[in-house]
Ligand binder design. Structure first.
Ligand code: AMP
Ligand code: MG
Length: 436
């Protein structure tokens, strides 16, 4: 077991002033993090304690309390994870306080009574899916994972633009020529895509395919900026209103139109998986498909599920944690994961249909919504629109949002409803969305 002695607790990580008057700590339902100065190296470290003590809440009111008491007493704790940035030599337990001794004794016992969540992961839709069940339902994991995996594979066979035989690819191939029968999920997704197209005044447009293609790297070619002519020509083929839906069939009304469901398909898939799990009588779970997440019920001992937002400026770090409302979903859009570098500048994969250029100004947008399709579509669309023009849409849909402007030091512009659910883990200013 490793331990770390924090001789001086630093100011509250710029973000979080914990209860009980103790500074320097951030805590969420499953995780506590704080900064301090290592006694052995005198270097600043950030440590995170992932708390496996699921019953502590009941016995000691909150885990946050438990974690803080340990920090205050500079006490080693079971369950430390050495995620601190500087390697700190393990040091022995020093000052102890009674409550911590009590905790140390209590911890193994607690974990016996509250089984940890169990999870199953698989590759699908070009990303990784993970189904996590609260420990008390662990016996249902393998059945639910098999079912959701099959669902994802079937859906991918309908939607993928990387498969020539998918329903979407076949429809794209006859754009402007004739309508084609489309399967139920594809049709439903087209309907929803049109709804989000209207809602965002075209900032979210699934017919963006021809323009997105201009910003894709081509094997063996030095990346260069698309010409104005190429952009104008591609943009002329973009308009979600030209997706015509009829009984069991769809028609892309312009030649050369190309649908790309990359901005909404994963969210829709998450909703399908979520519904399937509920039909299988699984109540307490979280389904994650490449960062599109929907939760159900609670994790352990009555705790809400919480999700992490990665730091867009340092992808190995967590920026914040959000406690999820029951049954809700979350999605994040950013340009940092997929981009093309042209003449030393990065251009991301989310394109503004008004200009044909990758949307700029934000490092990331996280949307919490009652379902994953909405969270996915809005995170992409609002990334394009920017914070100011997004406000009426956020208000209308009842979603919650976190906007991270593309400038450092990091700032989080949030909707008021999300504030109490957010724990920021790095020095960052948090403020209500300007103009809310
Ligand atoms: P996401 O990661 O959910 O924000 O989706 C990004 C993907 O959506 C891109 O890789 C494109 O396939 C697609 N996309 C890009 N720009 C748009 C847009 N303005 N509207 C809808 N989909 C888009
Ligand atoms: Mg999206």
């Amino acid at each position: 077991m490793r331990s770390l002695i924090l001789t001086r607790i630093l100011p509250p990580n710029g973000s979080y002033r914990a209860a009980h008057g103790v500074e320097g700590c951030g805590a969420s339902s499953r995780e506590a993090a704080w900064s301090g100065v290592s006694e052995t190296t005198q270097r600043t470290v950030t440590a995170r304690w992932v708390v496996p003590l699921t019953s502590l809440r009941d016995s000691l009111r909150t885990k946050r309390f438990a974690a803080l008491r340990c920090v205050r007493g500079s006490v080693t704790a079971l369950g430390w994870q050495d995620t601190y940035k500087d390697q700190v030599k393990a040091t022995a337990l020093r000052k102890s306080i009674p409550i911590c001794t009590f905790l140390v004794l209590l911890l193994p016992a607690c974990s016996l009574f509250s089984p940890e969540p169990v999870s199953s992961s698989f590759e699908t839709m070009g990303t990784r899916a993970t189904l996590t069940l609260a420990g008390k339902e662990s016996s249902k994991l393998s059945g639910a994972a098999d079912k959701t995996k099959q669902l994802m594979q079937d859906l991918n066979a309908e939607l993928s633009v990387y498969r020539a035989d998918s329903a979407v690819s076949r429809l794209n191939a006859v754009a402007g020529v004739r309508p084609l029968e489309v399967p139920e999920h594809t049709r439903r997704l087209f309907e929803l895509s049109k709804v989000y197209g209207e809602l965002t005044s075209g900032a979210f447009d699934v017919t963006i395919g021809p323009v997105v293609d201009l910003w894709r790297p081509v094997k063996g070619q030095t990346p260069s900026l698309p010409t104005d002519d190429a952009l104008t020509e591609a943009l002329a083929r973009v308009d979600f209103r030209q997706i015509q839906l009829m009984d069991g069939a769809a028609f892309l009304a312009r030649r050369g139109m190309r649908v790309d469901l990359g901005g909404i398909g994963k969210g829709y898939a998450v909703d399908l998986a979520w519904r399937e799990c509920r039909n299988l009588a699984v109540r307490n779970f979280m389904f994650d498909l490449g960062g599109n997440v929907r939760v159900s019920g609670e994790s352990e001992s009555g705790l809400a599920w919480s999700i992490a937002i990665r730091n867009p400026f340092d992808r190995s770090a967590t920026l914040a944690r959000i406690e999820m409302p029951d049954d809700w979903a979350v999605a994040t859009s950013g340009q940092y994961e997929r981009f093309i570098e042209i003449e030393g500048r990065r251009y991301g994969h989310i394109v503004d249909p008004r200009t044909g250029y990758p949307a700029a100004g934000l490092a990331g947008v996280t949307i919490l919504a009652p379902n994953a399709t909405m969270a996915d579509a809005l995170s992409t669309g609002l990334f394009v629109l920017g914070p100011k023009r997004s406000i009426p849409i956020v208000k209308k849909t009842g979603a919650e949002a976190v906007f991270i402007p593309d400038k450092q030091p990091a700032e989080l512009w949030v909707t008021p409803g999300i504030r109490s659910k957010l724990t920021v883990l790095i020095p960052a200013k948090v403020q209500v969305l300007p103009g809310w």
